[in-house]
Design a protein around this ligand. Structure first.
Ligand code: NAG
Length: 421
């Protein structure tokens, strides 16, 4: 009898319960808090997600409720995303220096911690100075950033004078000092237009290059960068990854900040349009082998890297606003790097990979993000999802079609502001 009791006591220890606290800051658009943040902000709302990391195979196995973090933070809106790092919450904010412009722009971080529950403002207007040639002085952090080790990777939108359009670039800052970190080849920023673009209009030219076109309006967005992350793969390859909203795609490139030969496109996933020289699109690429079964894609957000605890496979999760159906969709694809020098005949199949998707119980045309939890085995993957512009809070969804929901009415950009208790 005694040994049986002991056995029963020990079993739960091999399947530890994970408790995640996920914050729901409002993605308030361009300039929500302003200088009166401290006076007007209300308490940040948190969700609590409880599950067994080793066995969760369905949203049915997850408890999603209101969360009570160990301390209170007064932050209710960011412009647009925030990140949690080492006991601090960093949110992109707008103090009224940067314009408010279609989801852009931020001119500051507000940093919250146990010691600074109402936040401390860090000026980011120096990012503007890195782009002295920008049209109309337009160059600002936009949408999201990521904190990777001691570095902050910012997505920046700037008006490129040559292109006569809003182009996207990455700026990296040192965490804490906020000093600008240069690329391995000595630039203050990495612009996708300057480094990776083509103006050519044939399909094969825009596989290992990102198509751009000279625009007649400097307000044109090419291509509304939003998600960004950087990571080192198991084999040691350093990757910088982004998503382009209006190009419906994720791009993985070798990291130009860690190697002079970096900044080379090694994978794309999604359906970027193919444009003529006048900027009209009549077809879409198919990167990833998505196929003709899905319709035209419209909008992709937020790139999230993970390693499956069950088989060690490396995947990226993205949020697709519409893949032609009536709901938004989580796509998860295997990382499968291809170097241009290894491809003999260049076409869209260069980036074929394995992927799977989960249709969501809502549709949103703006924002949204997803990340996997649990063992991440095919057929039983589980994702934490933010509903973005649909303002339906946080979801946990799974491949079997089950879901849980918390925070209906709240519009959170992505589910990446979280910590595990
Ligand atoms: C998780 O949910 C699935 C689907 O409802 C169920 O079959 C399975 O038994 C659950 N697993 C656990 C550990 O509760």
């Amino acid at each position: 009898m005694r040994s049986t009791t002991l056995f029963c006591l020990l079993v739960p220890l091999t399947h530890a319960t994970t408790t995640e606290m996920v914050a729901l800051p409002a993605a308030g658009g361009g300039a929500p808090p302003g200088p009166n943040l401290k006076a007007t902000a209300s308490k940040l709302d948190w969700a609590q997600i409880t599950y067994d990391e080793g066995t969760v195979t369905s949203a049915y196995n997850v408890t999603l409720t209101s969360g009570t973090p160990s301390y209170t933070i007064y932050a209710d809106a960011f412009a647009l995303a925030g990140r949690w790092n080492d006991g601090k919450l960093y949110g992109l904010t707008n103090q009224g220096v940067a314009p408010e412009d279609g989801g852009c722009c931020a001119d500051s971080f507000t940093v919250y911690s146990e010691d600074e529950p109402e936040g401390e403002v860090v000026d980011l207007s120096f990012v503007n100075d890195l782009f002295p040639d920008a049209l109309e002085g337009y160059a600002w952090p936009t949408h999201t950033f990521d904190i990777v080790d001691d570095y902050m990777y910012l997505m920046v939108q700037y008006k490129d004078a040559t292109l006569n359009a809003k182009a996207d670039a990455i700026v990296v800052l040192e965490l804490g000092t906020y000093e600008v970190v240069q690329t391995a080849s000595g630039s203050d920023y990495f612009s996708f237009y300057e480094e990776l673009s083509t103006l050519k209009t044939t399909s094969s030219e825009s596989v290992f290059n990102i198509q751009h076109y000279s625009s007649s309006s400097s307000d044109t967005e090419e291509w509304h960068g939003n998600g960004v992350t950087a990571f080192t793969m198991k084999d040691g390859t350093d990757i910088l990854a982004i998503t382009h909203r209006s190009f419906n795609e994720a791009i993985l490139m070798t990291n130009p900040y860690t190697s002079k030969t970096g900044g080379e496109i090694v994978q794309r996933f999604g359906k970027p349009g193919l444009y003529n020289a006048a900027g009209k699109s009549s077809s879409q690429h198919d990167f990833g082998g998505i196929g003709a079964t899905e319709g035209d894609w419209n909008g992709m957000h937020n790139v999230y890297y993970s390693i499956s605890p069950s088989d060690g496979s490396e995947t990226i999760t993205v949020f697709v606003n519409s893949d032609g159906g009536s709901s938004s969709v989580v796509y998860n694809f295997d990382i499968n790097l291809r170097y241009e020098s290894d491809v003999s005949s260049i076409d869209d199949t260069a980036f074929d990979t394995e992927w799977r998707s989960v249709s969501l119980p809502f549709q949103t045309g703006s924002q949204g993000g997803a990340r996997p939890i649990g063992p991440q085995k095919d057929g039983s993957r589980v994702f934490v999802v933010a509903s973005g512009g649909a303002s339906k809070g946080i979801y946990v969804v799974s491949e079997d079609g089950e879901y849980e929901n918390y925070g209906d009415g709240e519009g959170t950009y992505d589910p990446f502001v979280f910590y595990t208790e």
